[in-house]
Every structure is written in structure tokens, then in C-alpha cells.
Design a protein around this ligand. Sequence first.
Ligand SMILES: *[C@@H]1O[C@H](CO)[C@@H](O)[C@H](O)[C@H]1NC(C)=O
Ligand SMILES: *[C@@H]1O[C@H](CO)[C@@H](O)[C@H](O)[C@H]1NC(C)=O
Length: 448
Amino acid sequence: MGAARGGRRSLLWAAVTAVILVVDASYVHDLDDSFKENRKDDIWLVDFYAPWCGHCYTLEPVWNEVGKEMGGTGSPVKVGKMDATSYSSIASEFGVRGYPTIKLLKGDLAYNYRGPRTKEDIVEFANRVAGPIIRPLPSQQMFDHVQKRNRVFFLYVGGESPLKEKYIEVASELIVYTYFFSATEEVLPEHITLPEMPAVLVFKDATYFVYDEYEDGDLSSWISRERFQGYLNVDGFTLYELGDTGKLVAIAIIDDKNTSTDHTRLKLIVQDVARNYRDHFNRNFQFGHMDGNEYINSLLMDDVKIPSIVVLNTSNQQYFLPHKPIESTEDMVQFINEILEGTAEAQGGDGILQRIRRIIYDAKSTVGSVFKSSPLLGCFLFGLPLGVISIMCYGICTADTDGGSDEAEMPKRETGRDLTDEGTEEEQEEESGESHVEYTDVAETPLL
Ligand SMILES: *[C@@H]1O[C@H](CO)[C@@H](O)[C@H](O)[C@H]1NC(C)=O
Ligand SMILES: *[C@@H]1O[C@H](CO)[C@@H](O)[C@H](O)[C@H]1NC(C)=O
């Protein structure tokens, strides 16, 4: 009797969970061939996946949550997923080259999502990109509200003008990264003074900066440069994004959990330079810190000690290490000036020798990780020199292609490499400096 009741109860539970699962998934539309015809009137957020891909599998529960959130809040954005291997011709028309690829499709435009794959980040992206490109701020309360909620945002102040047209044009592409607002002068707090009108401002780092066409060059590159806070917690993904700014990245490599003064002081020095030397260095440098040296070591193929300072040139993969320990703000300023003057010695780079080093390094770490995870398999595979040789050939072939498949993979490094992970090849490409090539095609027009 008791057992029967228990059995019935678990059956009931199973039914309830099944219903919940179905409800969850029902917010996510399974897309097929007909999507191409039927999508036109709606805004779609689509996960292009492959059944065999591990990252896609990880994304699935997150994606159901995203669907639920968008559906539940009455968002106009429809959430779908498409097996890009079954409908490969459609997927390739949308420019899908890696899995999973997340795109927001709005009319003729397709916006790629490249941020962290969490529900919050994806929902925020969808709402931002699906909404108006320029959001008007009608009152000072609205302005205050926006300022509280956003670490960085851009604001156009003034009426119709050629500058505004330019602003709209730039925003329609860069909306994938940040928010764009417009307001009249009356809406601004009194302490904000504008040298001339109309104006474009960026609000960040508890202050604001005004765009100056003569000093700052064209609006688009100014916005690309200014969309980051002056000081950042840098991870692999941020570093990849920063490549777009053309700036050198000065980072303190520290252990975030180590409270000894060695670590905290270095961080404070970099923060100090970022804030108080902005006028001197902001055009050429981005500042921040990175937790741990694992990522940076594999990027530089070197052993960077913790704590220390590294300055990276994201355009050519060169880097600079101070020749003496940085102990004060003055030391740091001097180091940066040496880099600017060209007297600091550059290491690394993207020359042919470095590429060969990279291939060997990657082959070595791949072999290493196989041995670590499965020594027997390792012996079997790499005991044969053939294995090594074929990996090197493979490396040589992929090193010369222009990052064809790196599109959707984040270069964020998890501990250890996983040979069976489809991300590995793509991650390596991003590190080898090919990654920034196609980074500008954020908003692309599919041929539909
Ligand atoms: C913190 O860093 C110092 C070196 O800067 C090191 O000697 C110390 O062992 C570290 N402490 C911890 C808890 O890791
Ligand atoms: C960084 O790399 C770019 C591209 O090679 C180069 O033009 C620039 O001079 C480099 N910057 C420094 C400070 O070496």
C-alpha cells in the first residue's frame, strides 16, 4: 500500500517535472526551413547549434531560461534555436561559422552576440539590441536613473544635426556593446558644461568626457575606444574585445585572493595611473588587472610571475615587461613612457618565428593535456611520432587561415585543455592573433 502510494507520488512528480520541462522549452521555438520565410515581421534571438557540440549542450538550459524570461516578460523578441547542421544552407546564409552562434535578427540586420553565455548577459543584450537604437532621455530623473544603472553609456545632446546622423549610424552598429541615449541640454545636471552644441558625451568612471572631432578622430573609433571603463578586471574575453580599440593593455597580473600588500599595491598603482594620467595615456593605453597568470602565460608563451605588470600590444602580439619591479606610481609612469618613446624592449610579436613557436607550444600543451587526463591514451597516441608530426602539420595549416571559424567561441580559458572539445582549435586561433581580423563585422547583412 505504502509502496503503491510512493510509486504513484513519484509518477506524479515525474509528470509535473515533465510539464515544467515542456513549459520551459515551449518558449524556445525549434526552427526549420520555414524560418527564412516566416521570420520577417519579428525580431528573433536564435541559437545556431550542432548536436555534437559540447558548448551547445552547456548552453541549452541557459537558452531555455532565456526563452522563459523573454516570453514571461512580454518581450517582442522571439527566442529560437536551429540545428545548423540539419539546415546548414540557412545557417551559412546567416553567416554561422562556429557553434554555438547566437544572433539577434532584426529586419535585414543580424547582430552577433559574443559575450559570456549567461542568462543575464544574453537577455540584457537582446533587450538592448531589440529596442530603439537611440533612447531619448526626457527628464533629469531619467538621466539619473540611467546613470545609476550603467557603468558606461553614450549621450548625444542637441537637436537635429549632421553629428546626430553620424551618431545614429555608429550606434546602429555598436549597440551590440553599449547603450546610446539622446537628450536636450536642459536634462543634464548643472555641473555638466558643454564647450559647444551639439555634443556627444561618454559617462563612465564617475565622470564624463566630451567627444572632440579634431582631437579624437572619427566618432566610430572614439566610441570603440571609450566604451570600456578606464580600469577593468581583464579576463581572456575582455582582452579579445580590447583588441578592437588598438590600444596597448597595461595589466597587473595578481592573485585576487591574495591580500598581501605586494598584490594590492600593484593594483592600486595601476588604478592610480589609469585615473590620474588619463589625459596622457588614455589614447594609447587601457588599464586593468588580471586574476592569475595562467591565461597570460599561454598567450605570451612565457612564465609571468605573480604579481607583476605586463603591457600587451594587441595589434601585433608584442608585449613589454618592466626591467625592474614596479613599486610606485612613478615607476609605472616611467615604464609607460619608455614604451611610448620606443625605448622599452618589445618581446613576442606575430612574426614567422613566433608563429612557429606558437605551433610548437600549442602542440606541446595539447600533448600535455592528453597525458594529464589519460596517460595511457597519451602513450598510445603520442608514442608514435606520427601523431606529433600530424598535429604540427595541422597547426601549420590552420595558422595561415584567417580565423574562419573563430566567430563564436570565447577565448576564455578554462583550466586545462580538452582535446575532445570543439573549442580548442578555435581558441588557439584567437590567441594566434588572427582573431581581430573579422571582429568588425558586428552588424552584418545576411543575403536573404
Ligand atoms: C601572496 O603572495 C606572496 C608573494 O607576493 C606570496 O609570498 C604568498 O605566499 C601569497 N599568499 C597566498 C596566501 O597565496
Ligand atoms: C603596436 O603594434 C602596432 C602594429 O604593429 C604598431 O604600429 C605599434 O607601433 C605598436 N606599439 C608599440 C608601442 O610598440
